[in-house]
Design a protein around this ligand. Structure first.
Ligand SMILES: Nc1ncnc2c1ncn2[C@H]1C[C@H](O)[C@@H](COP(=O)(O)OP(=O)(O)OP(=O)(O)O)O1
Ligand SMILES: Nc1ncnc2c1ncn2[C@H]1C[C@H](O)[C@@H](COP(=O)(O)O)O1
Ligand SMILES: [Mg+2]
Length: 210
Protein backbone atom coordinates (compact mmCIF):
# COMPACT_ATOMS: atom_id res chain seq x y z
CA UNK A 1 0.00 0.00 0.00
CA UNK A 2 1.31 3.52 -0.83
CA UNK A 3 2.50 5.48 2.25
CA UNK A 4 0.13 8.20 3.48
CA UNK A 5 1.24 11.63 2.38
CA UNK A 6 1.54 14.29 5.04
CA UNK A 7 -0.36 17.45 3.89
CA UNK A 8 -0.70 20.92 5.41
CA UNK A 9 -3.48 23.43 4.70
CA UNK A 10 -1.96 26.04 2.39
CA UNK A 11 -3.58 29.48 2.09
CA UNK A 12 -3.36 30.33 -1.60
CA UNK A 13 -5.13 33.72 -1.37
CA UNK A 14 -1.96 35.87 -1.86
CA UNK A 15 -0.94 33.81 -4.88
CA UNK A 16 -4.35 34.02 -6.50
CA UNK A 17 -4.62 37.75 -5.76
CA UNK A 18 -1.24 38.43 -7.41
CA UNK A 19 -2.53 36.83 -10.62
CA UNK A 20 0.93 36.83 -12.22
CA UNK A 21 1.62 34.88 -15.43
CA UNK A 22 2.54 31.22 -15.11
CA UNK A 23 4.45 29.21 -17.73
CA UNK A 24 4.77 25.44 -17.57
CA UNK A 25 8.10 24.11 -18.91
CA UNK A 26 7.89 20.55 -20.18
CA UNK A 27 10.31 18.18 -21.93
CA UNK A 28 12.06 14.86 -21.56
CA UNK A 29 14.81 14.34 -19.01
CA UNK A 30 17.84 16.29 -20.24
CA UNK A 31 15.87 18.26 -22.85
CA UNK A 32 17.35 21.51 -21.53
CA UNK A 33 14.50 22.82 -19.37
CA UNK A 34 16.79 24.04 -16.59
CA UNK A 35 19.33 25.46 -19.06
CA UNK A 36 16.69 27.50 -20.90
CA UNK A 37 14.97 28.59 -17.68
CA UNK A 38 18.24 30.15 -16.44
CA UNK A 39 18.36 32.22 -19.62
CA UNK A 40 14.68 33.17 -19.42
CA UNK A 41 15.15 34.34 -15.82
CA UNK A 42 18.11 36.50 -16.86
CA UNK A 43 16.09 38.17 -19.65
CA UNK A 44 12.57 38.38 -18.24
CA UNK A 45 13.07 38.29 -14.47
CA UNK A 46 10.52 35.53 -13.92
CA UNK A 47 10.82 33.18 -10.94
CA UNK A 48 12.16 29.73 -11.89
CA UNK A 49 10.80 26.84 -9.83
CA UNK A 50 11.95 23.35 -10.81
CA UNK A 51 9.79 20.63 -9.26
CA UNK A 52 12.80 18.29 -9.38
CA UNK A 53 14.96 20.83 -7.51
CA UNK A 54 12.20 21.32 -4.91
CA UNK A 55 12.03 17.55 -4.41
CA UNK A 56 15.83 17.23 -4.13
CA UNK A 57 15.84 20.09 -1.56
CA UNK A 58 13.13 18.29 0.40
CA UNK A 59 15.22 15.11 0.43
CA UNK A 60 18.28 17.08 1.63
CA UNK A 61 16.24 18.74 4.39
CA UNK A 62 15.87 15.38 6.12
CA UNK A 63 12.10 15.91 6.59
CA UNK A 64 9.77 12.89 6.94
CA UNK A 65 8.24 13.90 3.61
CA UNK A 66 11.72 13.88 2.01
CA UNK A 67 12.55 10.43 3.33
CA UNK A 68 9.83 8.88 1.14
CA UNK A 69 11.07 10.56 -2.01
CA UNK A 70 14.58 9.22 -2.61
CA UNK A 71 13.53 5.72 -3.62
CA UNK A 72 10.84 7.01 -5.97
CA UNK A 73 13.20 9.43 -7.73
CA UNK A 74 15.97 6.85 -8.07
CA UNK A 75 13.48 4.45 -9.64
CA UNK A 76 12.66 6.99 -12.36
CA UNK A 77 8.98 7.05 -11.35
CA UNK A 78 6.84 10.09 -10.56
CA UNK A 79 6.40 11.40 -7.04
CA UNK A 80 2.72 11.53 -5.94
CA UNK A 81 0.88 14.54 -7.27
CA UNK A 82 -0.05 15.98 -3.84
CA UNK A 83 3.56 16.03 -2.63
CA UNK A 84 4.81 17.90 -5.69
CA UNK A 85 1.89 20.31 -5.81
CA UNK A 86 2.28 21.23 -2.11
CA UNK A 87 6.01 21.93 -2.61
CA UNK A 88 5.29 24.05 -5.67
CA UNK A 89 2.54 26.00 -3.87
CA UNK A 90 4.79 26.69 -0.87
CA UNK A 91 7.63 27.92 -3.10
CA UNK A 92 5.27 30.10 -5.15
CA UNK A 93 3.88 31.73 -2.02
CA UNK A 94 7.39 32.57 -0.77
CA UNK A 95 8.26 34.06 -4.16
CA UNK A 96 5.03 36.09 -4.26
CA UNK A 97 5.85 37.56 -0.84
CA UNK A 98 9.16 38.70 -2.36
CA UNK A 99 7.36 40.38 -5.27
CA UNK A 100 7.62 37.75 -8.04
CA UNK A 101 6.21 38.98 -11.34
CA UNK A 102 5.59 35.51 -12.78
CA UNK A 103 6.67 31.88 -12.78
CA UNK A 104 8.43 29.28 -14.86
CA UNK A 105 7.31 25.96 -13.43
CA UNK A 106 9.99 23.59 -14.76
CA UNK A 107 9.29 19.86 -14.92
CA UNK A 108 5.62 20.33 -14.16
CA UNK A 109 3.10 18.99 -15.09
CA UNK A 110 4.54 15.49 -15.55
CA UNK A 111 1.06 14.00 -16.00
CA UNK A 112 -2.22 15.50 -17.19
CA UNK A 113 -3.83 15.28 -13.73
CA UNK A 114 -1.04 17.48 -12.30
CA UNK A 115 -1.83 20.24 -14.79
CA UNK A 116 -5.56 19.99 -14.15
CA UNK A 117 -5.17 20.07 -10.38
CA UNK A 118 -2.72 22.99 -10.47
CA UNK A 119 -4.99 25.00 -12.75
CA UNK A 120 -8.14 24.29 -10.74
CA UNK A 121 -6.50 25.09 -7.38
CA UNK A 122 -4.22 27.97 -8.38
CA UNK A 123 -4.53 29.51 -11.81
CA UNK A 124 -4.39 28.64 -15.51
CA UNK A 125 -1.01 28.53 -17.23
CA UNK A 126 -0.50 31.19 -19.88
CA UNK A 127 1.62 28.96 -22.13
CA UNK A 128 3.30 25.57 -22.02
CA UNK A 129 6.81 25.47 -23.51
CA UNK A 130 7.69 21.97 -24.69
CA UNK A 131 11.34 21.21 -25.51
CA UNK A 132 11.21 18.46 -28.10
CA UNK A 133 14.37 16.31 -28.22
CA UNK A 134 15.03 12.78 -29.54
CA UNK A 135 15.73 10.05 -26.97
CA UNK A 136 19.23 9.46 -28.33
CA UNK A 137 20.16 13.11 -27.71
CA UNK A 138 18.58 13.04 -24.24
CA UNK A 139 20.68 10.04 -23.23
CA UNK A 140 23.87 11.68 -24.56
CA UNK A 141 23.16 14.92 -22.67
CA UNK A 142 22.30 13.15 -19.42
CA UNK A 143 25.39 10.95 -19.54
CA UNK A 144 27.43 14.11 -20.15
CA UNK A 145 25.74 15.83 -17.19
CA UNK A 146 26.39 12.73 -15.04
CA UNK A 147 30.12 13.50 -15.08
CA UNK A 148 29.62 16.56 -12.87
CA UNK A 149 26.02 16.72 -11.60
CA UNK A 150 26.20 14.38 -8.63
CA UNK A 151 22.53 13.59 -9.33
CA UNK A 152 21.58 10.09 -8.17
CA UNK A 153 19.30 9.68 -11.21
CA UNK A 154 21.98 10.55 -13.81
CA UNK A 155 22.88 6.91 -14.50
CA UNK A 156 21.91 4.77 -17.47
CA UNK A 157 19.45 2.52 -15.60
CA UNK A 158 17.49 5.39 -14.10
CA UNK A 159 17.71 7.38 -17.35
CA UNK A 160 15.99 4.51 -19.23
CA UNK A 161 13.22 4.39 -16.62
CA UNK A 162 12.79 8.19 -16.72
CA UNK A 163 12.47 8.06 -20.50
CA UNK A 164 9.79 5.40 -20.16
CA UNK A 165 7.95 7.54 -17.60
CA UNK A 166 8.16 10.49 -19.96
CA UNK A 167 6.60 8.55 -22.84
CA UNK A 168 3.83 6.96 -20.79
CA UNK A 169 2.91 9.79 -18.41
CA UNK A 170 4.21 13.12 -19.73
CA UNK A 171 3.73 12.83 -23.50
CA UNK A 172 -0.08 13.02 -22.95
CA UNK A 173 0.49 16.41 -21.26
CA UNK A 174 1.87 17.70 -24.57
CA UNK A 175 -1.22 16.51 -26.45
CA UNK A 176 -3.53 17.91 -23.77
CA UNK A 177 -2.13 21.45 -23.96
CA UNK A 178 -1.84 21.29 -27.74
CA UNK A 179 -5.58 20.60 -27.90
CA UNK A 180 -6.14 23.65 -25.68
CA UNK A 181 -4.06 25.86 -28.02
CA UNK A 182 -1.54 26.62 -25.28
CA UNK A 183 1.42 24.52 -26.39
CA UNK A 184 4.60 25.98 -27.88
CA UNK A 185 6.56 23.06 -29.34
CA UNK A 186 10.24 23.93 -29.67
CA UNK A 187 12.72 21.74 -31.52
CA UNK A 188 15.46 21.67 -28.88
CA UNK A 189 18.12 19.64 -30.70
CA UNK A 190 20.19 22.68 -31.63
CA UNK A 191 22.53 24.93 -29.69
CA UNK A 192 21.48 26.50 -26.40
CA UNK A 193 21.51 29.97 -27.99
CA UNK A 194 19.53 28.97 -31.08
CA UNK A 195 16.87 27.34 -28.90
CA UNK A 196 16.76 30.41 -26.69
CA UNK A 197 16.15 32.54 -29.79
CA UNK A 198 12.97 30.54 -30.46
CA UNK A 199 11.96 30.79 -26.79
CA UNK A 200 12.35 34.57 -26.89
CA UNK A 201 10.36 34.88 -30.12
CA UNK A 202 7.48 33.09 -28.39
CA UNK A 203 7.71 34.83 -25.02
CA UNK A 204 7.98 38.25 -26.66
CA UNK A 205 4.49 37.70 -28.07
CA UNK A 206 3.19 37.80 -24.50
CA UNK A 207 5.87 40.06 -22.98
CA UNK A 208 3.67 43.08 -22.67
CA UNK A 209 1.70 41.08 -20.11
CA UNK A 210 4.80 39.94 -18.16
N1 LIG B 1 20.91 22.64 -26.48
C1 LIG B 1 21.77 21.91 -25.82
N2 LIG B 1 22.78 21.31 -26.46
C2 LIG B 1 23.69 20.53 -25.79
N3 LIG B 1 23.66 20.32 -24.47
C3 LIG B 1 22.66 20.91 -23.79
C4 LIG B 1 21.67 21.72 -24.41
N4 LIG B 1 20.81 22.16 -23.46
C5 LIG B 1 21.23 21.62 -22.30
N5 LIG B 1 22.34 20.90 -22.50
C6 LIG B 1 23.08 20.12 -21.49
C7 LIG B 1 23.21 20.77 -20.15
C8 LIG B 1 23.12 19.59 -19.20
O1 LIG B 1 24.39 19.02 -19.02
C9 LIG B 1 22.25 18.58 -19.92
C10 LIG B 1 20.79 18.57 -19.50
O2 LIG B 1 20.28 19.90 -19.53
P1 LIG B 1 19.29 20.40 -18.38
O3 LIG B 1 19.00 21.83 -18.65
O4 LIG B 1 19.84 20.03 -17.05
O5 LIG B 1 18.03 19.49 -18.73
P2 LIG B 1 16.66 19.31 -17.96
O6 LIG B 1 16.52 20.34 -16.89
O7 LIG B 1 15.58 19.26 -18.99
O8 LIG B 1 16.86 17.87 -17.35
P3 LIG B 1 16.13 17.18 -16.09
O9 LIG B 1 14.72 16.92 -16.47
O10 LIG B 1 16.89 15.91 -15.91
O11 LIG B 1 16.27 18.12 -14.92
O12 LIG B 1 22.35 18.91 -21.30
N1 LIG C 1 6.14 17.30 -11.46
C1 LIG C 1 6.64 16.13 -10.98
N2 LIG C 1 5.81 15.12 -10.67
C2 LIG C 1 6.27 13.96 -10.18
N3 LIG C 1 7.56 13.69 -10.00
C3 LIG C 1 8.44 14.68 -10.31
C4 LIG C 1 8.03 15.93 -10.79
N4 LIG C 1 9.11 16.70 -11.00
C5 LIG C 1 10.16 15.96 -10.65
N5 LIG C 1 9.76 14.74 -10.24
C6 LIG C 1 10.61 13.61 -9.78
C7 LIG C 1 10.70 12.53 -10.82
C8 LIG C 1 11.88 12.94 -11.65
O1 LIG C 1 12.49 11.83 -12.29
C9 LIG C 1 12.81 13.53 -10.58
C10 LIG C 1 13.79 14.54 -11.11
O2 LIG C 1 13.09 15.62 -11.72
P1 LIG C 1 13.80 16.63 -12.78
O3 LIG C 1 12.73 17.56 -13.26
O4 LIG C 1 14.30 15.78 -13.88
O5 LIG C 1 14.89 17.34 -12.06
O6 LIG C 1 11.93 14.11 -9.63
MG1 LIG D 1 16.23 20.14 -14.81
Amino acid sequence: MAPTVERKKIDLAPLKAANVPIFFIVGGPGSGKGTQCDKIVAKYGLTHLSSGDLLRDEVKSGSPRGAQLTAIMESGALVPLEVVLDLVKEAMLIAIEKGSKGFLIDGYPREVAQGQQFESEIQEAKLVLFFDVAEETLVKRLLGRAETSGRADDNIDTIKKRLHTFVTSTAPVVDYYESKGKLVRINAEGSVDDIFGVVVANLDKVTSKI
